[in-house]
Design a binder for this molecule. Structure first.
Ligand SMILES: [Zn+2]
Ligand SMILES: [Zn+2]
Length: 241
């Protein structure tokens, strides 16, 4: 049975990785490249701190990595919800850099399948830089605390960087066999689960790394409650969403 893929009706062969930007907005490729490079360097520095772990401490890495993966999905939902529902594309600096990609994604869900890898990962790396830099500066040196802290953080960071790629794959008409395998096993965002976000309501299924956290956030109405709270506090909703 053909699985439903959210967005576009015309088949597109695979995930096309060109660097064009369909909105015509200036795309700062050099900034994406710098952010990805800096993020990669910090990840290597943090991973190096895991080399001295004892075998017992190393056992903690698996649950820590799982926690980081789940947290990344939750974080993807939080960021996605906020930029879907608040701020406008016309806002200075943040509008074209952060708001427009989310709005564009609803106008043209296939657009991100035409973005290059740097464009898909650059913003995520930029957002991670303060967290990774703080961990390099302040993080624990060794022992079980290091295993839990770095295991969780590295898994979180790598999953956050991979989020837009997984999201783009969920919209691609065809994907490589290993990616389809991961989607079928729900280890990355499956297209059929993500289709709920591109339905008429578009107010659910915001989590786009694996989609695991959607059961929690949609089931408990987490983002609906947060939205009501922000509106009560006087935060204006997006006018162009
Ligand atoms: Zn959205
Ligand atoms: Zn989508």
């Amino acid at each position: 049975m053909r699985r439903r893929r959210p967005g576009g009706r015309r088949p597109v062969r695979g995930l096309q990785l060109d660097v064009g930007h369909p909105t015509g907005a200036p795309h700062l490729g050099w900034l994406d490249a710098a952010a990805v490079t800096a993020c990669g360097g910090l990840v290597v520095l943090l991973a190096a701190r895991l080399t001295g772990l004892t075998a017992l401490d190393a056992l903690l890495l698996l649950p820590a990595a799982l926690a980081g993966y789940l947290l990344a999905d939750l974080a993807s939902g939080l960021v996605h919800w906020f930029f879907d529902r608040f701020l406008d594309e016309a806002a200075p600096v943040i509008g074209p850099a952060l708001v427009r990609p989310f709005r564009e994604h609803h106008r043209d869900p296939r657009a991100m399948t035409r973005h290059g890898v740097l464009e898909l990962t650059g913003n995520s790396c930029l957002g991670l830089l303060p967290l990774l830099a703080a961990a390099v500066w302040l993080g624990p040196g060794a022992g079980p605390a290091a295993a839990v802290a770095y295991g969780t953080l590295l898994s979180f960071a790598l999953a956050v960087v991979a989020t837009n790629v997984a999201h783009a794959w969920a919209h691609a008409a065809t994907v490589p066999a290993p990616v389809a395998w991961l989607q079928r096993r729900r280890l990355i965002l499956p297209p059929d689960a993500h289709a709920a976000h591109h339905g008429p309501a578009a107010d659910r299924a915001y989590c786009v790394t694996t989609g695991w956290a959607n059961a929690l956030t949609d089931g408990l109405g987490v983002f609906r409650r947060l939205e009501r709270a922000l509106l009560r506090l006087g935060v204006p909703p997006a006018l162009d969403a």
